[in-house]
Ligand binder design. Structure first.
Ligand code: HEM
Ligand code: HEM
Length: 236
């Protein structure tokens, strides 16, 4: 009984953290990064803004809005998946809805590996090399170099995270008793589909903004940085 209550509490907390704060964080994060579509100057403006936020505010946000909720959600999510706990929707819902639920767990695992890689690749580099590491030019070079492998990794990471959030919301509404009737759940399923498409496009637009290497605004001269050493040497 005590164990069941404990599971119930942690499961509810896991569910809540997926929406608040992580879901909200992800949407604002993709919105902020989509400034790349307006060119280097606009993107550098956002990076400079965050670099200017007082350190105690940043530390508070990083710990309480990102690190703690995300680590708890990720670790407990892996625990739920590894335990292969029976899907309580199995008998109640249609085959397509069960498949959505299975994909939601699979995308959680993909998001897990993507986010670990991504945080090392961004925040990790910022700690080592400063904000230059996430400048527009740095993104352009990273995403377009090496046969576009990094672009592919980021596109998949965005796709998986977006699916996980959109169909997680469908689940969330059932779990918290927000959608009770079959009809309201089917409506929520449609809303999830729209959200999945919109959030995925938002992330992909952010990536496209970097990949097209726009030099407007004179913020960053990508072509100068991309010049091969051999050409530079030949000119000396
Ligand atoms: C278009 C794709 C994305 C781009 C361009 C992008 C860009 C960035 C950048 C520039 C940072 C470093 C911020 C800093 O330390 O100043 C960062 C950190 C981070 N990103 Fe992303 N990101 C993308 C997708 C995602 C997705 C889908 C997630 C999933 C939730 C995510 C979660 C995070 C987290 C948790 C951090 C660490 C935040 C921190 O240390 O405060 N990102 N990202
Ligand atoms: C970091 C790796 C992640 C893992 C391993 C993970 C794992 C999981 C799992 C297994 C579930 C289903 C829980 C259940 O069976 O009841 C779930 C639900 C959910 N996750 Fe994640 N997740 C991760 C990241 C994220 C991110 C980045 C977001 C938001 C952008 C998110 C949002 C949600 C939401 C909204 C739910 C639905 C809550 C519910 O079932 O009521 N998760 N997660």
């Amino acid at each position: 009984m005590a164990i069941a209550r404990e599971n119930y509490f942690w499961h509810k907390l896991h569910s809540l953290t997926g929406v608040v704060p992580i879901g909200f964080y992800m949407i604002q994060h993709l919105l902020v990064n989509s400034f790349s579509i307006a060119g280097p100057a606009a993107y550098e403006g956002v990076v400079t803004f965050f670099a200017g936020v007082p350190w105690h505010v940043l530390i508070f946000l990083e710990i309480f809005v990102i690190a703690l909720p995300l680590t708890f959600h990720a670790v407990y999510g892996i625990f739920i998946t590894a335990r292969a706990e029976n899907n309580y929707f199995t008998r109640k819902y249609k085959w397509s809805q069960n498949r959505m639920y299975l994909f939601q767990r699979v995308t959680g695992i993909i998001a897990f590996f993507f986010i670990i890689f991504h945080v090392i690749d961004t925040t990790g580099r910022v700690k080592l090399h400063g904000h230059e590491a996430i400048s527009y030019a740095a993104w352009y070079e990273k995403l377009t170099g090496g046969y576009y492998i990094m672009l592919l990794i980021y596109m998949i990471g965005v796709l998986a995270s977006s699916y996980h959030l959109a169909y997680g919301l469908w689940n969330f509404c059932i779990r918290w008793g927000i959608t009770v009737s079959q009809r309201s759940q089917e409506t929520m399923q449609k809303i999830s589909l729209v959200l999945f498409i919109v959030v995925t496009l938002l992330g992909w637009v952010a990536l496209y903004g970097f990949v097209r290497g726009d030099h407007r605004g004179g913020g960053v001269r990508v072509e100068q940085q991309a010049q091969p050493d051999s050409i530079a040497l030949a000119r000396q």
